[in-house]
Ligand binder design. Sequence first.
Ligand SMILES: *[C@@H]1O[C@H](CO)[C@@H](O)[C@H](O)[C@H]1NC(C)=O
Ligand SMILES: *[C@@H]1O[C@H](CO)[C@@H](O)[C@H](O)[C@H]1NC(C)=O
Ligand SMILES: *[C@@H]1O[C@H](CO)[C@@H](O)[C@H](O)[C@H]1NC(C)=O
Ligand SMILES: *[C@@H]1O[C@H](CO)[C@@H](O)[C@H](O)[C@H]1NC(C)=O
Ligand SMILES: *[C@@H]1O[C@H](CO)[C@@H](O)[C@H](O)[C@H]1NC(C)=O
Ligand SMILES: *[C@@H]1O[C@H](CO)[C@@H](O)[C@H](O)[C@H]1NC(C)=O
Ligand SMILES: *[C@@H]1O[C@H](CO)[C@@H](O)[C@H](O)[C@H]1NC(C)=O
Length: 698
Amino acid sequence: MSIFKLALFAACVVLSGLTAGQQSTFSPAQPPAIPLAVKSPYLNTWLYDNDDGNGGNLAGQWSQFWAGQVTAWTGMIRVDGTTYTWMGAPGPKPVIQKAFQYTSTSSIFTMDVGGSVEMNITFTSPITPDDMKRQSLLFSYLNVEVTSLDGNPHHVQLYTDISAEWVAGDHGSVAQWDYGVTSDKVAYHKIHRETQLAFDESFDQANWGNWYYSTANSDNLSFQSGSDKNVRGDFQTNGKLGNSKDTTYRPINQDWPVFGFSSDFGSIHKETHSTLYTIGLAQEKAIQFNGASGIVPLPSLWSSYFSSEDEAVGFFYNDYGGASRTARGLDNKIARDSLAAGGQNYLTATSLATRQAFGALQLVGDSTKQYLFLKEISSNGNTQTVDVVFPFHPILLYLNPELLKLMLDPLFENQESGHYPNKYSIHDLGTHYPNATGYTDGGDEAMPLEECGNMLVMTLVYAQRTKNKDYLKQHYKMLDQWAQYLIDEALIPAKQISTDDFAGPLENQTNLALKGMIGIQAMAIIANLTGDTATGANYTNIASSYIDQWQTLGVAHDADPPHTTLSYGSNDTHGLLYNIYCDKLLATNLVPQKIYDMQSAFYPTIMGKYGVPLDTRHAYTKSDWEIFVAAVASQSTKDMFLGKIASWISETPTNRAMTDLYEVPTGSFPGGLTFTARPVVGGFFALLALKGASSEPF
Ligand SMILES: *[C@@H]1O[C@H](CO)[C@@H](O)[C@H](O)[C@H]1NC(C)=O
Ligand SMILES: *[C@@H]1O[C@H](CO)[C@@H](O)[C@H](O)[C@H]1NC(C)=O
Ligand SMILES: *[C@@H]1O[C@H](CO)[C@@H](O)[C@H](O)[C@H]1NC(C)=O
Ligand SMILES: *[C@@H]1O[C@H](CO)[C@@H](O)[C@H](O)[C@H]1NC(C)=O
Ligand SMILES: *[C@@H]1O[C@H](CO)[C@@H](O)[C@H](O)[C@H]1NC(C)=O
Ligand SMILES: *[C@@H]1O[C@H](CO)[C@@H](O)[C@H](O)[C@H]1NC(C)=O
Ligand SMILES: *[C@@H]1O[C@H](CO)[C@@H](O)[C@H](O)[C@H]1NC(C)=O
């Protein structure tokens, strides 16, 4: 990124008469990608820090879907007859970006338009963990404020559009569109594929549903659909649009149809003018699920709160006042708690991770039964991957543990209905989102120890934080089946993959064995809590015997300094012992403090430029697991990890929605592995999720 920052610096010197030599400030950091509208697996558009010297500038390059396709989103402004670009790359010269700031919910740009006008451009993707109605809407806000900068009056017209690229990843597919106004006076362009293919994707974009780009239907609004050249050209020439519809529905890439709005502010002087836009996707059906009643389509949850798409579009638009206050409230809560737990370096990471983590989620169901589905974005598109839910889940424990239940429910429902034949836990609910049709043949990617441990840990921590003992009773049989598997397999783990499957299979993995043992102890606690104290006593003894043996099998005691190994007996190996986090999360008190102290003393001795390698097989690491380790480390080791991750965010040469996997020495993507936009960054909340950990019975 540093090369491109230099190029950008040079460009600014040339472009800006007034702020020569000044490039945009970035606060708290210049991230590898800036979230613009990131609210669900399909509403997931970013400003990527592309290799064209335009890093971090909203004007001058197109925004992109997480997978890389352009989702063109245009902004232009005419000041006293001269047109500038403030978003995208439609042609006119760019405004000067003075500042960029991100919070957990918002990305905010401040622009200087020719020295005469200032713009604040705020993208907000609301996250409302306690408000299902709002969380269920897959919409995002763009608010543009304009004021005179030099104290003189200026004639100002504002323009924006989206292209049909938003509605399908295959640009040869035919788009269709319409223009309308809701009963509560919200004007919208509605765009969709001519042929709706439910539950189908191309290049990870949805092939069904209706997209809405909306604004207030005020007197000064004009609109137009048509080819990019015509619509944008009309604005540049006239400062307004023709209030006309192109009715030649055609492929997305044929005379690129765009959907524009223009607001005429007239002469602006002292006052600030603002225009609000919303963008989003309405799908009536969201997921195919193989649950208690066999394979059924599940509706999007918003459809149980709103009787029509119009009503949902109007509600979201008119909700901005409250929604932006709620967003600021969440920003402040995350800022306050992150600063207290780990300082500014930690907040730099958590606030960047929040929208990315929630951007993989979708609420589905109806008023009687809700589910929260997750897409394993980028690494393969699986639905509800257990070992992705696991690293993700700390953010839910912190924000609202009831949401974790909505993620675990479909996993239990599928397996308890007899749709999965293996005695260990399923790995995921479907090879590709939005299909959650499971594996009746048991042919999923087997990660038996990992997923049994994950399910036991997450089920118990959910019950502990919400005091929901009934949930443990309800799923006791399945939980005990998984615990039996761990009793058989966790002490001497067979050759298998762990969640870090890209690193390959291995026998006797020390970290994996530890997860299994904590899983057995979790079941002992579950048994005791639900009145089965004989089983509780038995499993407690087994876990205790296993952890004693593990301390011999998995620790290189004679090494200097001593540390746990990657696998038993390989004393010259090591790895991040991130599963130890589960012991503190559940307050199981299974792992002796001396193991924590040993690891805290060891990690600084193998620290590289951007962190500690995942294990001795490769030079790469995972930021989610580093933060799990940091969360239970000594203060100085914790600070060291958080400092490395904050440096990585500012300096990484990666240029896509934050990867969790990166090379320690360079901060780049490992060869061939461009993990991007994955929800596992919810694990950055590991420090905050420890609050409330308790071994007290409830
Ligand atoms: C932009 O935001 C800054 C900081 O909140 C404020 O001082 C300025 O007046 C705003 N400008 C506009 C055009 O809203
Ligand atoms: C989901 O399953 C349907 C068939 O029911 C299929 O048409 C669709 O392509 C699948 N979606 C994905 C993303 O694989
Ligand atoms: C609408 O335009 C008129 C004149 O062009 C201007 O006086 C008025 O302030 C504008 N209203 C808004 C809300 O921008
Ligand atoms: C795994 O560890 C056990 C205990 O040290 C040992 O007996 C066994 O040979 C190891 N397995 C492999 C495949 O190395
Ligand atoms: C569970 O209860 C048994 C019997 O009271 C006790 O021996 C055991 O220590 C308990 N286990 C845990 C993990 O609390
Ligand atoms: C303890 O549990 C294990 C695993 O289920 C079982 O084999 C063993 O018989 C149990 N022991 C007692 C004393 O119940
Ligand atoms: C590894 O270290 C342990 C204790 O530090 C020792 O007992 C064991 O023999 C060592 N293993 C090998 C293969 O050197």
